[in-house]
Unconditional design. Structure first.
Length: 197
């Protein structure tokens, strides 16, 4: 005799029925059931039937998500030389779904370290591994603007392992330059690591 395989819908119905039955029994033990409290018992059973699976799913999700040590990302960036740092940033943008991500030739200084595309828009990226206390200034951003004209790019992104001066941030905002500093860079890399796990 061949056993019939249950369909997904049948499994779902069976699971919900069992959950409701268990919840109903629990509710019976909580309340003194009579004609006036049967509705309250049913409502409690339904609530428990939905809460238990949701809690179980949340538990499984949290169990699978690894704890990320941001210091490991920071140490990896700190230990990299400027060229390795560029490659790490380029790899990050690939994982962020940018297309045609390429590092520019090191022998030619064109004011941009990475070129890439997203949704038909061309971007230029300047990457600077300055010390954390060495802030990016407005001249650095102006140089990126020049490279955008050279590559006929519409988007501009500046990435630094350090931070930006107030004048640089104001200038970036005025001219549509996206800025990524130390903290934002580490957060972006952490998010990509979580997705891959």
């Amino acid at each position: 005799m061949v056993k019939k395989k249950w369909t997904t819908a049948e499994k779902v119905v069976y699971f919900i029925t069992v959950q409701f039955a268990v919840a109903f029994c629990i509710s019976l033990s909580i309340f003194d059931v009579n004609e006036s409290s049967i509705v309250q018992t049913c409502i409690t059973s339904i609530i428990i039937s939905f809460i238990v699976p949701i809690i179980f799913v949340i538990y499984l999700i949290n169990k699978r998500v690894p704890k990320i040590d941001a210091n490991k990302i920071r140490w990896k960036l700190e230990d990299s030389n400027p060229y390795e740092f560029e490659e790490l940033v380029a790899d990050m943008f690939k994982r962020l779904c940018y297309q045609s991500v390429k590092t520019t030739p090191k022998s030619v200084d064109v004011g941009a370290d990475i070129t890439m595309k997203r949704k038909g828009i061309k971007y230029v990226v300047q990457v600077k591994k300055y010390a954390e206390d060495n802030k990016i200034g407005r001249p650095d951003l102006q140089r990126l603007q020049g490279s955008a004209q050279h590559f006929h790019a519409m988007g501009m992104i500046f990435v630094t392992y350090g931070f930006y001066s107030r004048h640089a941030l104001d200038y970036a905002k005025q001219h549509g330059i996206e800025t990524i500093d130390n903290n934002e860079l580490i957060n972006l890399m952490n998010k990509q690591y979580r997705k891959e796990r």
